[in-house]
Design a protein around this ligand. Sequence first.
Ligand code: ADP
Length: 415
Amino acid sequence: MNVLVLNCGSSSVKFQLIATDLDLIAKNADRRLARGVIERVGSEALVSFAVEGGAKLRTAEPLRDHRAAIDRILRWVVSPEAKVPGVSSLADIQAVGHRVVHGGEKFTKCVVIDSEVLDGIEDTIELAPLHNPANIKGILAARELLGPGVPQCAVFDTSFHSTLPETAYLYALPYQLYRRYKLRRYGFHGTSYRYVAYRYRQLAGLKPKDVNVVALHLGNGASACAIKGGASVDTSMGLTPLEGLVMGTRGGDIDPSIIEFLHDREGLTLDQIDTLLNKQSGLLGVSGLTNDMRELLEEERENGDRRARLAIDMFCARARKYIGAYLAAMGGADAVVFTGGIGENSAEVRGRILKGLEWMGLSLDAARNKAMTAGKEGEVSAPGSRLKAWVIPTNEELLIARDAVRAVKGAPRRW
Ligand code: ADP
């Protein structure tokens, strides 16, 4: 089956086309055929598409909305110029898998989308006002463009965390707020953590229930997850992705009374404070320069910029603090696993996060750590290190495509 994986953001659409099926999954022989991204949907959009080992397209063109963007993707992947192997008409796309940000308490695994599921995703809009509306637009557009005969599935970023115990998912607020609104920690990056747990057990030769790791997804958004017995038992993002680690433009954990302080002293409205916390804080807010870790590292290295260094140090210190907290909460783990753009590529940041953890049995192998970039996967701790460190590049799209195949074929989801 060829599965179109769609990740619709508020002003972007990312896609991958993946050839997979139950037998290919069993042989780990599924493969990506094409991928791409459209940014700035709604104005002069930036289009960047590529066929695996083949044609590429880079243009800027007006694309009004998500429907126009998905239409552009579909027209390109079936076009003679793209030459995607085995794909020459829309009939060659047999299923769609959508990354949906918030599944609330209702969706704990991948589901085939019908009107009841769509209603359920709409119900979670109040929990994810920034994200779920775009996902719904993508689902409706794909249904219109491909027809109701092509099954569409939803894979939720929150699902992997449905195993959190009450002690981890409840906020210590009046309990009736949880009852009334389902106000609780949900956690995000779930598909990424599920992939990391799956891949780690493959590489380390373990059974799913023997996976005990602290995983760090460090990208523009960043979070940590305690995975015990193969299941998520704690995670740093909360009701929304704002909580936890220092991120590109989000500050993570803060004292909630800062909100009232900002309102009183700076005269900011709630909307303005929301923007400050989501878009102007984190690496960008502290450095005053950029939210991009690679640029900050360069600035620090070449110009010795003090605030660039401070931002990176705060990012690393917060991540280290979460590693310590989760190891204590889990009663120890076998490894710390890094993923996401920063976690996969920056030996420098990994080294700074893990610095000083030798006392608890983690020693990094400097050469291995340095060599582990650009999509490589493997161990970066020194031989004999009691607590190991690994790098595993994430692949959420692959899991979404596999989940979609299993959901469509009624096969149980495994990982
Ligand atoms: P998103 O959360 O938007 O998916 P990514 O996972 O792609 O983000 O991560 C983006 C971050 O990864 C950026 O801060 C970028 O600077 C950082 N990054 C990518 N490559 C490197 C590198 N070689 N060294 C340091 N940081 C890197």
